[in-house]
Design a protein around this ligand. Structure first.
Ligand SMILES: Cc1cc2nc3c(=O)[nH]c(=O)nc-3n(C[C@H](O)[C@H](O)[C@H](O)COP(=O)(O)OP(=O)(O)OC[C@H]3O[C@@H](n4cnc5c(N)ncnc54)[C@H](O)[C@@H]3O)c2cc1C
Length: 429
């Protein structure tokens, strides 16, 4: 029986594993295996909510083993580290528990068809001190680490009962930096209801630092301006055209030599595919380590390897690349599902057509702004408020439907709504 192996169960990979499991695994037409280095899946655009405690991964995460059993694919826990494309074999690194005892040994898995969907990591562009001193939001482990430090700072300041400030500096005013800033104000506002009245939003001082001339650089001016206005209203110090040259334990130093002091520093300035992809020495890659693909999403030079999501460099007719977004990963998963199905039917594969449905930025409960692409006119339509919030949430709902199917997704959504009533609004542990 043919073996389809998917590496990375994120926004794209988990949707693809679900579709392939249902189509081929259930009927015994092919064996489908998903590998991920984590045990649970959290949709990455929600990581800023994990970081602030608005979302509890122990409740909201999807457990891969259980999901695999339900959707007729196999799950292997492990970190992909090597690929032998001639022998058609990947290697998963040995894993260890927190005491250093080995949990799983190094393993090799053979495949007939391979899909790489390992996402991206933050790009610090080699900036001195960033790796040592900053938090990143690349994984839920990192978001949890930030969350623990944040709660400790809340407790520390609350205990002192003075008007000491909590200074947080965020580098990169893309969607991650902007959404995180607003979410931090939201959770700080909740603290008084949970017995921490001395730590108020007035004491929270956020600096949002952007090297470019405007925040949300990839989005139209109208959205950037609207989001900026809202952030400033909340109290965020928005600093455009400021280039950070280094980080140290006390904060950032700009290219002009200015010191920006901070108790907590977050780096959210751009993404790249993991460095080891380039080090494999197999693929044609961009300078961000993304793998160059043909329009069918097959890696250049390989008929049996497809690449989807943030680690994929798919060129658009104008020479730019498909942006690293959840909607791209979702569309690419559907395209590769159709193409693998076509290969089994001896039909030609179809090219991936990127459909930009627009972009939305959610400023926590304060505001949502964005644009939608008009299907007929091709024009951008600016939206904000309730409609924008509804469309923003719809993207996550589509992911839930893709990985659970309609009936279970409806139950999960209802359980979430119920949870909002019976559970605290933020995680304080
Ligand atoms: C805070 C935040 C907010 C965002 N907001 C938005 C938004 O509003 N809209 C939007 O469109 N996009 C948003 N994005 C971007 C979006 O999350 C990504 O574009 C999307 O998740 C990419 O999907 P993917 O499947 O390529 O990778 P991911 O979803 O990152 O999944 C990669 C998977 O691979 C696994 N993995 C990685 N390396 C290995 C390895 N070596 N071995 C085994 N497994 C591995 C990881 O554990 C993970 O499960 C946001 C991102 C962040 C961080």
């Amino acid at each position: 029986m043919e073996h389809i192996l998917i590496i990375g169960g994120g926004a794209g990979g988990l949707e693809l594993a679900t579709q392939l499991g249902r189509r081929f695994g259930r009927k015994g037409k092919a064996k489908v295996t998903l590998v991920d280095k984590n045990r649970t899946h959290i949709w990455k655009p929600l990581l800023h909510e994990v970081a602030t405690g608005s979302l509890d991964t122990s409740i909201d995460g999807v457990v891969y083993h259980a999901h695999a059993a339900r959707h007729s694919y196999n799950f292997q826990l492990g970190e992909f580290c090597k690929l032998d494309a001639v022998a058609k074999r990947v290697t998963l690194a040995a894993s260890f528990d927190s005491d250093g005892d080995q949990v799983l040994p190094e393993r090799h898995i053979s495949y007939d068809k391979l899909v790489l969907s390992i996402g991206s990591v933050s790009n610090d562009f080699g900036t001195e001190g960033v790796a040592e001193h900053c938090y990143f939001l690349d994984s839920h482990a990192q978001a949890e680490r930030f969350h623990h430090a944040l709660i400790n700072n809340f407790l520390r300041i609350n205990q002192k009962a003075t008007d000491e400030e909590l200074n947080i500096a965020i580098v990169g005013a893309g969607a991650t930096g902007v959404e995180l800033s607003a979410e931090l104000y939201h959770v700080t506002d909740l603290l008084k209801s949970y017995g921490l009245p001395q730590m108020t939003a007035k004491q929270l001082k956020i600096s949002l630092i952007e090297a470019g001339p405007k925040i949300l650089p990839a989005l139209p001016d109208r959205i950037s301006l609207s989001a900026r206005k809202e952030l400033v209203r909340l109290g965020v110090k928005v600093r455009e055209s400021v280039r950070v040259a280094s980080a140290n334990k006390d904060g950032f130093v700009t290219a002009d030599g200015e010191a920006i002091s901070a108790d907590m520093m977050i780096w959210a300035a751009g993404v790249k595919a993991p460095d080891f992809i380039r080090q494999l020495g197999l693929f044609e890659t961009t300078r961000n380590n993304q793998i160059l693909v043909h329009p069918t999403l097959q890696a250049k030079g390989f008929d049996d390897i497809w690449v989807i999501g943030d680690c994929c460099a798919c060129e658009l007719p104008d020479g730019s690349f498909v942006p690293p977004r959840a909607q791209s990963a979702h569309q690419m998963a559907s395209c590769v599902f159709r193409n693998i199905s076509a290969v089994y039917k001896n039909e030609p594969q179809q090219p991936y057509l990127y459909k930009d449905h627009g972009s939305l930025v959610n400023l926590s409960r304060y505001s949502t702004v964005g644009s939608l692409m008009g299907n007929l006119t091709g024009d951008r339509m600016f939206i904000e408020g309730r409609i924008a919030r509804f469309v923003y949430i719809s993207l996550y709902r589509m992911h839930q439907i893709a990985i659970h199917g309609w009936p279970k997704a409806i139950m999960v959504i209802l359980a979430e709504k119920l949870g909002k009533v019976v559970r605290p609004k933020m995680k304080l542990h």
